[in-house]
Design a protein. Sequence first.
Length: 392
Amino acid sequence: MMTVDHRRLEEYSGAAILVLCLGIGVLTLLVGVEPFIPVWAWALLLLGCLGSVFLAASGMFARRHQLMLYAAALLSSWALLFTMPHQGMLAVILVVIAAVGSYLLSIPKVLGIVLLNLLALILQQVIHGVDPVESIASTVFYGFIHLAAVFSTYALWRETTLRAELEQKNVELEAAGVLLEHSAKTAERLRIARELHDAIGHQLTVLNLELEAARHRLAARAEVGDVTVHIEQAAEVAKELLADVRATVGELRATEPGDLQAQLERIAGSVPSLEIHVETDAIAAVDDQQGTALVRAAQEIITNTVKHSEARELSLVLTQDASHVILTGTNDGLAPKTVTFGHGLTGLQERVELLGGQLSVTTSPCFTVQVQLPAAGSLSESMLRDEEQASP
């Protein structure tokens, strides 16, 4: 939760800086001399400049459009400077735009923009006849301000990027740990299931067949007496025991829904920057392959949310209808207009389709990834039935 608040604080700080730039522009109009262009045109130029830099930094557009908006903000800031007789505090707007460039461009390119901003300041002062000493002092001062703003903003951006990468690695490690523990438990359950089946299941099957043969042989004799009753009772007990073994093996081979919810909550807990809500309705047990696919799906959903969406909240909902187990991930971040499957989503889609399921991605009203898997059948029961039929 602290990290989420930190992210919101960064957004509020950015909004406050833009409000400060707007206040500088308004103050320049109120107390300074009139610009060389009509006041309304200069005011529209100011709003266009601040609006462009806001949209460029918002992440709502593709990179090409972000760069176009940033270029528009940079050019309009120079226009604001050159159309005003005295720069006053307008150089602060140039500083802010250079700092925003740290989010969009490499450091060498941003330093080039800083140099162009300083040249623009010098040219504006030369055109309007500012004293050379005052001009040099002002340029040096704003040069240091530019560099401080650019490098501090770049450091903040790098911290945010590295934090996101670290969280992605945490998700991967946590998912790997969950699957390893699940694999160990599954292997132990399968071992017990095989031992139970091999040690008891076959013997009960043979016992049932022997009792059936004894009953048929006794039926051919005249002196059946009470023996047939005892044999039938024994056969009934053998069938019940075989059914119990069959059910026990099926339970041992399945993954309990409670285990799956605990696994999803454990993965969700490895991402402090997101508030992740895990909800699991009453569902039947899923088999091992399905459990692994659902854990991998949750991992991919969380990783994509951290990496691309700028979201604060994510919900993971696991439900079941008549024929499918469904995992739905929905975040409140930025949803792209079009979805291009990268390696992660492509691999997840292949995994899901191999199990007879389906992966779907929607972007409206929120970005949603949904995985549908067929409800697990009683595989172990059918295996036991086949083996029973194959027995002599």
